[in-house]
Design a protein around this ligand. Sequence first.
Ligand SMILES: *Cc1c(COP(=O)(O)O)cnc(C)c1O
Length: 479
Amino acid sequence: MAISKALNKYDNTNDVHKVALKSEDGVFRMKIKYLLDEEEIPKKWYNVAADMPTPLDPPLHPGTLKLMSPADMEPIFPKALIKQEMSTDRWIDIPEEVRDIYRLWRPTPLYRAAALEKALKTPAKIYYKYEGVSPAGSHKPNTAVPQAYYNMKEGIERLATETGAGQWGSALALATTLFGLKCTVYMVRSSFDSKPYRKSAMRVWGAECFASPSDKTNFGRKILSEMPDTPGSLGIAISEAVEDAATHNDTNYALGSVLNHVLLHQTVEGLELKKQFDLADDYPDIMYGCCGGGSNFPGMVFPFIPDKMKDRKDLRLVACEPSACPSLTKGLYAYDFGDTAGMCPVIKMFTLGHDFIPPGIHAGGLRYHGDAPLLCNLVHDGLIEATALQQTEVFEAATLFARTEGIIPAPEASHAIKPAIDEALRCKKTGEAKTLFISLTGHGHFDLAAYDAYNDGKLVDYEYPADLVKQSLAKLPKV
Ligand SMILES: *Cc1c(COP(=O)(O)O)cnc(C)c1O
């Protein structure tokens, strides 16, 4: 505690910075960590649906475009998750069996990025919470574990899913093996080819993994015959996994982002984070998180939404997405299909169109055409803002982070590092000692080919594919 008290005092000259980072024992500290005990793993998840100013627009049936009923979802989801999906209860109990597995890596550490601050010579304070300490190396097991648990409880034997960069597939492979379930993963072709070791990890954990589009499903075969060279997309892979689940009685479907229950599970992050900011005797001015389907970022920031609606109106929450797939910053707020085949519920979100295939950027986990309805609702209401970044500037920021903080960040997470660095540099000009927070979703140990491409000068930026998006948006369902 003594360290953080001292930190509040420093101004923007480097010497004072150094002095300020000395703790009471007089030692200069570059690594400051805020840790919680295991008992402080949350006992309940927080459901933001209880506190949103505008109620969520309900999901619609993809065939009839009428309201979706719980029974419509039963062929592919367990009842417990359908109940959570539709719940507006503020707090939902975390089963003890799930907390017990969370103990493998939770609570995750909150770090003060003292070395990064020093390199930037900024008076801003930068913190990051690191989810890369999970066995799968990202935040995704936070929801994979409860999803596998509820399916196991209801007698399901196998889960089918899609994966982009491979993090979700490996998280679900891990979770299913811990509960004795089988797992089938449809992996977007571009990542299947560029990230072979993710599928190796899935195999170790006992899952089978196919490149999508695959010849295992009707929809995969259809796409392969029309576009044999397609890099694939999350929308296509989701359609394949849903078809697999819907056509097998012992099999359910699991989704790693977007759905309400996924965001609910991820709030373990933000609930821990609030306690850790208390420990640090600090509170964020701006929180940054990368946004693919929108699960880590909501998980971190939703527990702060009640504060923002009451006495912390200045708190800024910034969702960070790639310029190549800019759903929040350039998409349309409309009902759209969650997948390419139009088998998933039709949901209200910021969308680029369900058959939009984004360029094969290296942050494969950020290539979804839409975003979570809960997140989009709050963006639409102005409680959350969004920004878009190019991949070369993102890798440049990631490299500075690795060279100061030591951790090699996942390319996805680096989308949140870049704007935080920009803000810290702005603070240097104005002398503001703002408190900045980065959601560090995972490590980049499986993304080293992308770092090589960056270091070899081979990474290209993509402009916003306006024409493609326009074509895709023309095909929105008419509701
Ligand atoms: C999947 C993934 C993301 C993006 O997904 P969200 O659902 O938007 O959080 C970000 N970082 C990592 C490391 C991921 O695995």
